[in-house]
Design a protein around this ligand. Structure first.
Ligand SMILES: Cc1ncc(COP(=O)(O)O)c(C=O)c1O
Length: 399
Protein backbone atom coordinates (compact mmCIF):
# COMPACT_ATOMS: atom_id res chain seq x y z
CA UNK A 1 0.00 0.00 0.00
CA UNK A 2 1.25 3.51 -0.78
CA UNK A 3 2.27 5.80 2.08
CA UNK A 4 -0.35 8.41 1.19
CA UNK A 5 -3.09 5.79 1.24
CA UNK A 6 -1.97 4.56 4.66
CA UNK A 7 -2.04 8.05 6.19
CA UNK A 8 -5.47 8.67 4.64
CA UNK A 9 -6.87 5.46 6.12
CA UNK A 10 -5.36 6.36 9.49
CA UNK A 11 -7.02 9.75 9.53
CA UNK A 12 -10.33 8.20 8.44
CA UNK A 13 -10.47 5.17 10.76
CA UNK A 14 -8.09 5.52 13.70
CA UNK A 15 -9.00 7.60 16.76
CA UNK A 16 -6.92 10.72 16.54
CA UNK A 17 -5.02 10.43 19.82
CA UNK A 18 -1.50 10.74 18.36
CA UNK A 19 0.31 13.65 16.77
CA UNK A 20 2.23 11.56 14.24
CA UNK A 21 5.22 12.58 12.17
CA UNK A 22 4.79 12.23 8.39
CA UNK A 23 6.50 8.89 7.82
CA UNK A 24 5.27 5.33 7.29
CA UNK A 25 7.70 2.59 8.29
CA UNK A 26 7.71 -0.86 6.76
CA UNK A 27 10.84 -2.55 8.08
CA UNK A 28 13.79 -2.23 10.41
CA UNK A 29 17.20 -3.77 10.97
CA UNK A 30 19.52 -2.89 13.82
CA UNK A 31 19.57 0.86 14.42
CA UNK A 32 17.84 1.66 11.12
CA UNK A 33 14.24 1.83 9.92
CA UNK A 34 13.08 1.92 6.32
CA UNK A 35 10.01 3.82 5.17
CA UNK A 36 7.45 2.92 2.53
CA UNK A 37 9.51 4.73 -0.14
CA UNK A 38 12.70 2.85 0.72
CA UNK A 39 14.35 5.74 2.60
CA UNK A 40 16.48 4.74 5.61
CA UNK A 41 16.40 6.45 9.01
CA UNK A 42 18.79 6.15 11.93
CA UNK A 43 16.53 5.45 14.89
CA UNK A 44 17.50 7.29 18.09
CA UNK A 45 13.99 6.98 19.51
CA UNK A 46 13.85 3.17 19.62
CA UNK A 47 10.06 3.10 19.89
CA UNK A 48 10.50 5.29 23.01
CA UNK A 49 12.93 2.93 24.72
CA UNK A 50 11.27 -0.26 23.50
CA UNK A 51 13.59 -1.50 20.74
CA UNK A 52 16.56 -1.68 23.08
CA UNK A 53 18.51 -4.05 20.82
CA UNK A 54 17.50 -2.24 17.64
CA UNK A 55 15.05 -3.66 15.15
CA UNK A 56 14.62 -7.34 14.44
CA UNK A 57 17.51 -8.58 16.56
CA UNK A 58 18.03 -12.15 15.31
CA UNK A 59 17.77 -13.72 18.79
CA UNK A 60 14.44 -12.03 19.47
CA UNK A 61 13.02 -12.70 16.00
CA UNK A 62 13.98 -16.37 16.29
CA UNK A 63 12.49 -16.69 19.78
CA UNK A 64 9.20 -15.14 18.64
CA UNK A 65 9.00 -17.30 15.52
CA UNK A 66 9.83 -20.47 17.43
CA UNK A 67 7.31 -19.84 20.22
CA UNK A 68 4.61 -18.65 17.77
CA UNK A 69 4.94 -21.90 15.87
CA UNK A 70 4.34 -23.96 19.05
CA UNK A 71 2.01 -22.11 21.43
CA UNK A 72 0.74 -18.53 21.23
CA UNK A 73 -1.62 -18.31 24.17
CA UNK A 74 -3.21 -20.16 27.02
CA UNK A 75 -4.93 -18.66 30.02
CA UNK A 76 -3.13 -17.91 33.27
CA UNK A 77 -5.26 -20.63 34.79
CA UNK A 78 -2.53 -22.95 33.39
CA UNK A 79 1.27 -22.97 33.56
CA UNK A 80 3.67 -22.19 30.70
CA UNK A 81 7.47 -22.41 30.56
CA UNK A 82 8.40 -19.01 29.01
CA UNK A 83 6.61 -17.15 31.83
CA UNK A 84 8.49 -18.87 34.63
CA UNK A 85 11.82 -18.47 32.83
CA UNK A 86 11.34 -14.69 32.60
CA UNK A 87 10.15 -14.49 36.21
CA UNK A 88 13.21 -16.41 37.42
CA UNK A 89 15.56 -14.19 35.38
CA UNK A 90 13.99 -10.93 36.60
CA UNK A 91 14.17 -12.10 40.19
CA UNK A 92 17.84 -13.06 39.77
CA UNK A 93 18.63 -9.70 38.15
CA UNK A 94 16.79 -7.54 40.67
CA UNK A 95 17.03 -9.32 44.00
CA UNK A 96 13.28 -8.81 44.37
CA UNK A 97 11.27 -11.96 44.98
CA UNK A 98 8.17 -12.26 42.83
CA UNK A 99 6.79 -11.04 39.51
CA UNK A 100 3.31 -10.19 38.26
CA UNK A 101 3.04 -10.01 34.46
CA UNK A 102 0.86 -7.64 32.46
CA UNK A 103 1.06 -5.96 29.06
CA UNK A 104 2.26 -2.38 29.44
CA UNK A 105 3.90 0.16 31.70
CA UNK A 106 0.62 1.66 32.84
CA UNK A 107 -0.68 -1.79 33.80
CA UNK A 108 2.51 -2.56 35.71
CA UNK A 109 2.10 0.68 37.66
CA UNK A 110 -1.60 0.00 38.16
CA UNK A 111 -0.64 -3.36 39.67
CA UNK A 112 1.94 -1.65 41.90
CA UNK A 113 -0.67 0.83 43.14
CA UNK A 114 -3.11 -1.97 43.90
CA UNK A 115 -0.44 -4.00 45.68
CA UNK A 116 0.62 -1.00 47.78
CA UNK A 117 -2.99 -0.36 48.81
CA UNK A 118 -3.66 -4.03 49.58
CA UNK A 119 -0.50 -4.27 51.64
CA UNK A 120 -1.43 -1.08 53.52
CA UNK A 121 -4.93 -2.37 54.21
CA UNK A 122 -3.50 -5.66 55.44
CA UNK A 123 -0.58 -4.33 57.47
CA UNK A 124 -1.17 -0.66 58.32
CA UNK A 125 -4.95 -0.25 58.32
CA UNK A 126 -7.69 0.60 55.79
CA UNK A 127 -7.21 4.36 56.05
CA UNK A 128 -3.59 4.21 54.80
CA UNK A 129 -4.11 4.47 51.05
CA UNK A 130 -2.30 7.63 49.91
CA UNK A 131 0.61 7.44 47.51
CA UNK A 132 2.99 10.35 46.99
CA UNK A 133 4.35 10.83 43.47
CA UNK A 134 6.52 13.51 41.89
CA UNK A 135 5.58 16.53 39.84
CA UNK A 136 6.72 16.07 36.22
CA UNK A 137 6.42 12.31 36.62
CA UNK A 138 4.84 10.02 34.05
CA UNK A 139 3.28 6.73 35.08
CA UNK A 140 0.73 5.98 32.36
CA UNK A 141 -2.73 6.76 31.03
CA UNK A 142 -5.14 4.54 32.95
CA UNK A 143 -7.16 6.45 35.55
CA UNK A 144 -4.94 5.43 38.48
CA UNK A 145 -1.66 5.97 36.66
CA UNK A 146 -2.91 9.21 35.13
CA UNK A 147 -3.67 10.38 38.64
CA UNK A 148 -0.22 9.23 39.76
CA UNK A 149 1.29 11.23 36.88
CA UNK A 150 2.11 14.62 38.39
CA UNK A 151 1.45 16.66 35.27
CA UNK A 152 -1.85 18.48 34.90
CA UNK A 153 -1.56 18.62 31.09
CA UNK A 154 -2.25 14.87 30.89
CA UNK A 155 -5.10 15.04 33.41
CA UNK A 156 -7.10 17.89 31.87
CA UNK A 157 -10.59 16.78 30.89
CA UNK A 158 -10.49 13.50 32.81
CA UNK A 159 -11.69 14.64 36.23
CA UNK A 160 -12.59 13.41 38.71
CA UNK A 161 -9.26 11.73 39.21
CA UNK A 162 -8.71 8.89 41.64
CA UNK A 163 -8.67 9.68 45.34
CA UNK A 164 -5.51 9.08 47.29
CA UNK A 165 -2.59 10.70 45.47
CA UNK A 166 -0.43 13.60 46.59
CA UNK A 167 2.41 15.27 44.72
CA UNK A 168 5.84 16.49 45.75
CA UNK A 169 8.79 18.13 44.05
CA UNK A 170 11.26 15.71 42.41
CA UNK A 171 14.73 15.80 43.99
CA UNK A 172 13.34 17.67 47.00
CA UNK A 173 13.27 15.40 50.04
CA UNK A 174 11.62 17.92 52.41
CA UNK A 175 8.83 18.34 49.84
CA UNK A 176 8.11 14.58 49.93
CA UNK A 177 8.33 14.47 53.71
CA UNK A 178 5.92 17.40 53.98
CA UNK A 179 3.33 15.53 51.88
CA UNK A 180 3.49 12.39 54.04
CA UNK A 181 0.87 11.97 56.74
CA UNK A 182 -1.20 9.42 58.60
CA UNK A 183 -2.83 8.25 55.33
CA UNK A 184 0.39 7.64 53.39
CA UNK A 185 1.24 4.09 52.33
CA UNK A 186 3.86 4.52 49.59
CA UNK A 187 6.08 6.79 47.57
CA UNK A 188 6.29 6.12 43.86
CA UNK A 189 8.71 7.65 41.38
CA UNK A 190 10.97 7.23 38.37
CA UNK A 191 14.68 7.16 39.30
CA UNK A 192 15.19 9.05 36.03
CA UNK A 193 12.15 11.04 34.93
CA UNK A 194 11.67 10.31 31.24
CA UNK A 195 8.62 12.02 29.77
CA UNK A 196 9.12 14.87 32.25
CA UNK A 197 12.34 15.85 30.45
CA UNK A 198 15.05 13.26 31.28
CA UNK A 199 15.92 14.27 34.84
CA UNK A 200 17.98 11.81 36.92
CA UNK A 201 17.34 11.74 40.66
CA UNK A 202 20.04 13.02 43.02
CA UNK A 203 21.69 10.36 45.14
CA UNK A 204 20.96 12.10 48.48
CA UNK A 205 17.33 12.43 47.47
CA UNK A 206 16.79 8.74 46.65
CA UNK A 207 18.78 7.56 49.66
CA UNK A 208 16.85 9.97 51.87
CA UNK A 209 13.55 8.67 50.50
CA UNK A 210 14.63 5.09 51.22
CA UNK A 211 15.46 6.00 54.85
CA UNK A 212 12.20 7.93 55.23
CA UNK A 213 10.18 4.98 53.89
CA UNK A 214 12.00 2.54 56.19
CA UNK A 215 11.47 4.75 59.23
CA UNK A 216 7.76 5.13 58.52
CA UNK A 217 6.86 1.69 57.20
CA UNK A 218 6.08 3.08 53.73
CA UNK A 219 6.74 1.26 50.48
CA UNK A 220 9.17 2.71 47.97
CA UNK A 221 7.99 2.00 44.42
CA UNK A 222 10.30 2.64 41.48
CA UNK A 223 8.81 3.01 38.02
CA UNK A 224 11.62 1.66 35.83
CA UNK A 225 9.40 1.32 32.79
CA UNK A 226 11.66 3.64 30.79
CA UNK A 227 14.89 3.68 32.81
CA UNK A 228 15.08 -0.07 33.48
CA UNK A 229 16.66 -3.02 31.68
CA UNK A 230 20.03 -1.58 30.73
CA UNK A 231 18.95 1.86 29.53
CA UNK A 232 21.10 3.71 32.06
CA UNK A 233 24.07 1.31 32.01
CA UNK A 234 22.88 -0.84 34.91
CA UNK A 235 20.12 -3.42 34.74
CA UNK A 236 18.00 -1.00 36.78
CA UNK A 237 18.61 2.71 37.31
CA UNK A 238 18.33 2.31 41.09
CA UNK A 239 21.62 0.41 41.06
CA UNK A 240 23.40 3.73 40.36
CA UNK A 241 22.08 4.94 43.71
CA UNK A 242 22.38 1.74 45.72
CA UNK A 243 18.73 2.22 46.68
CA UNK A 244 16.59 -0.87 46.28
CA UNK A 245 12.82 -0.42 45.99
CA UNK A 246 10.16 -2.61 47.61
CA UNK A 247 8.24 -2.68 44.34
CA UNK A 248 9.55 -2.08 40.82
CA UNK A 249 7.73 -1.82 37.52
CA UNK A 250 9.06 -2.68 34.06
CA UNK A 251 7.73 -2.70 30.49
CA UNK A 252 8.98 -1.06 27.27
CA UNK A 253 12.30 -2.84 26.53
CA UNK A 254 11.29 -6.04 28.27
CA UNK A 255 9.52 -7.70 25.34
CA UNK A 256 12.04 -6.79 22.64
CA UNK A 257 9.18 -4.99 20.87
CA UNK A 258 6.28 -7.17 22.01
CA UNK A 259 3.89 -5.83 24.64
CA UNK A 260 4.70 -7.02 28.13
CA UNK A 261 4.92 -5.37 31.54
CA UNK A 262 6.05 -6.65 34.90
CA UNK A 263 5.61 -5.63 38.50
CA UNK A 264 8.14 -7.06 40.95
CA UNK A 265 8.01 -6.98 44.72
CA UNK A 266 9.80 -8.34 47.70
CA UNK A 267 8.30 -11.42 49.32
CA UNK A 268 6.70 -9.75 52.32
CA UNK A 269 4.82 -7.31 50.07
CA UNK A 270 4.03 -9.72 47.21
CA UNK A 271 2.54 -12.11 49.74
CA UNK A 272 -0.49 -9.88 50.37
CA UNK A 273 -1.81 -10.67 46.87
CA UNK A 274 -3.92 -13.83 46.99
CA UNK A 275 -5.38 -15.71 44.01
CA UNK A 276 -8.10 -13.55 42.45
CA UNK A 277 -6.75 -10.23 43.77
CA UNK A 278 -5.25 -9.23 40.46
CA UNK A 279 -5.06 -10.73 36.96
CA UNK A 280 -4.48 -10.13 33.28
CA UNK A 281 -5.77 -12.26 30.41
CA UNK A 282 -2.69 -11.69 28.27
CA UNK A 283 -0.17 -11.06 31.06
CA UNK A 284 2.86 -13.30 30.72
CA UNK A 285 1.73 -14.51 27.31
CA UNK A 286 4.07 -17.26 25.98
CA UNK A 287 5.19 -15.37 22.86
CA UNK A 288 5.80 -12.10 24.73
CA UNK A 289 7.71 -14.03 27.40
CA UNK A 290 9.79 -15.93 24.84
CA UNK A 291 10.78 -12.57 23.35
CA UNK A 292 11.49 -11.17 26.83
CA UNK A 293 13.65 -14.16 27.76
CA UNK A 294 15.64 -13.76 24.55
CA UNK A 295 16.07 -10.04 25.27
CA UNK A 296 17.26 -10.66 28.83
CA UNK A 297 19.75 -13.28 27.64
CA UNK A 298 21.24 -10.93 25.06
CA UNK A 299 21.39 -8.16 27.67
CA UNK A 300 23.50 -10.45 29.82
CA UNK A 301 25.52 -12.37 27.24
CA UNK A 302 26.43 -9.67 24.71
CA UNK A 303 27.97 -7.20 27.20
CA UNK A 304 25.23 -4.69 26.45
CA UNK A 305 25.66 -2.82 29.73
CA UNK A 306 29.32 -2.10 29.07
CA UNK A 307 28.41 -0.86 25.58
CA UNK A 308 25.82 1.48 27.14
CA UNK A 309 28.47 2.92 29.48
CA UNK A 310 31.03 3.34 26.68
CA UNK A 311 28.57 4.79 24.19
CA UNK A 312 27.04 7.06 26.82
CA UNK A 313 30.45 8.62 27.49
CA UNK A 314 31.11 8.84 23.75
CA UNK A 315 27.78 10.48 23.04
CA UNK A 316 28.13 12.92 25.94
CA UNK A 317 31.54 13.95 24.52
CA UNK A 318 29.79 14.58 21.22
CA UNK A 319 27.02 16.58 22.87
CA UNK A 320 29.62 18.62 24.73
CA UNK A 321 31.36 19.29 21.41
CA UNK A 322 28.04 20.33 19.91
CA UNK A 323 27.32 22.73 22.76
CA UNK A 324 30.79 24.26 22.38
CA UNK A 325 30.51 24.59 18.59
CA UNK A 326 26.96 25.96 18.72
CA UNK A 327 26.77 27.97 21.96
CA UNK A 328 23.88 30.08 20.63
CA UNK A 329 21.83 26.96 19.86
CA UNK A 330 22.63 24.55 22.69
CA UNK A 331 22.23 25.25 26.38
CA UNK A 332 23.26 21.99 28.07
CA UNK A 333 22.83 18.23 28.08
CA UNK A 334 21.92 15.75 30.81
CA UNK A 335 20.90 12.17 31.45
CA UNK A 336 22.16 8.78 32.48
CA UNK A 337 23.50 6.02 30.24
CA UNK A 338 21.70 6.13 26.91
CA UNK A 339 18.78 8.12 28.26
CA UNK A 340 20.05 11.57 27.31
CA UNK A 341 18.64 15.00 26.56
CA UNK A 342 19.85 18.18 24.93
CA UNK A 343 18.48 21.47 26.21
CA UNK A 344 18.26 24.02 23.40
CA UNK A 345 18.38 27.79 23.41
CA UNK A 346 16.10 27.65 20.34
CA UNK A 347 12.34 28.06 20.71
CA UNK A 348 11.32 24.80 19.00
CA UNK A 349 12.87 21.41 19.63
CA UNK A 350 9.99 20.07 17.57
CA UNK A 351 11.20 21.99 14.49
CA UNK A 352 14.71 20.56 14.94
CA UNK A 353 13.27 17.04 15.26
CA UNK A 354 11.26 17.59 12.05
CA UNK A 355 14.40 18.75 10.26
CA UNK A 356 16.33 15.69 11.46
CA UNK A 357 13.52 13.45 10.21
CA UNK A 358 13.91 14.92 6.72
CA UNK A 359 17.64 14.14 6.91
CA UNK A 360 17.06 10.56 8.02
CA UNK A 361 17.46 10.77 11.80
CA UNK A 362 14.70 9.95 14.30
CA UNK A 363 14.76 11.99 17.49
CA UNK A 364 12.03 13.01 19.86
CA UNK A 365 11.27 16.17 21.82
CA UNK A 366 10.02 16.04 25.41
CA UNK A 367 9.39 19.77 25.81
CA UNK A 368 9.50 22.93 23.69
CA UNK A 369 13.25 23.13 24.20
CA UNK A 370 14.35 19.56 24.98
CA UNK A 371 15.45 16.84 22.55
CA UNK A 372 15.57 13.31 23.93
CA UNK A 373 17.94 10.57 22.75
CA UNK A 374 17.02 6.93 23.31
CA UNK A 375 19.30 5.04 20.89
CA UNK A 376 19.42 1.25 20.92
CA UNK A 377 21.61 -0.08 23.73
CA UNK A 378 23.86 -1.81 21.17
CA UNK A 379 24.40 1.42 19.19
CA UNK A 380 27.88 1.96 17.70
CA UNK A 381 30.21 4.98 17.76
CA UNK A 382 29.79 5.29 13.98
CA UNK A 383 26.03 5.55 14.37
CA UNK A 384 26.41 8.17 17.12
CA UNK A 385 28.71 10.19 14.83
CA UNK A 386 26.13 9.97 12.07
CA UNK A 387 23.36 11.15 14.40
CA UNK A 388 25.39 14.06 15.78
CA UNK A 389 26.43 15.17 12.28
CA UNK A 390 22.80 15.31 11.17
CA UNK A 391 21.72 17.05 14.37
CA UNK A 392 24.44 19.66 13.95
CA UNK A 393 23.24 20.53 10.44
CA UNK A 394 19.63 20.67 11.67
CA UNK A 395 20.57 22.97 14.56
CA UNK A 396 22.62 25.25 12.31
CA UNK A 397 19.54 25.69 10.11
CA UNK A 398 17.58 27.12 13.06
CA UNK A 399 18.64 30.48 14.40
C1 LIG B 1 8.23 5.89 33.31
C2 LIG B 1 7.02 5.43 32.56
N1 LIG B 1 6.05 4.78 33.22
C3 LIG B 1 4.96 4.33 32.59
C4 LIG B 1 4.78 4.53 31.25
C5 LIG B 1 3.54 4.00 30.57
O1 LIG B 1 3.86 2.91 29.80
P1 LIG B 1 2.82 2.35 28.71
O2 LIG B 1 2.73 3.36 27.62
O3 LIG B 1 3.46 1.06 28.26
O4 LIG B 1 1.53 2.13 29.41
C6 LIG B 1 5.77 5.20 30.52
C7 LIG B 1 5.60 5.45 29.08
O5 LIG B 1 6.21 6.29 28.48
C8 LIG B 1 6.91 5.67 31.18
O6 LIG B 1 7.88 6.32 30.54
Amino acid sequence: MQGKKITELESRYVMQTYGRLPVVFVSGKGSYLTDVDGKRYLDFVSGIAVNALGHCHPAITAAIADQASRLVHTSNIYFTEPQVLVAEKLVQMSGLDRVFFCNSGAEANEAAIKLARKRAAAVLGEERYEIITAYKSFHGRTMATLTATGQSKYQAGFQPLLKGFRYAVFNDLPSFISQAGDKTCAIMLEPVQGEGGVHPADIEFLQGLRRFCDDNNLLLIFDEVQSGLGRTGHNFAWEHYDVKPDIMTLAKALGGGLPIGAMLAEEEVAGVFAPGDHASTFGGNPVACAAAFAFLRVLEEEAILSNVCKMSAYMQDGLLGLSQTLPDHVDSFRGLGLMLALELKLPSARAVVAECLKMGLLLNSVSDTTIRFLPPLNVSATEINEALDILKVALQGHD
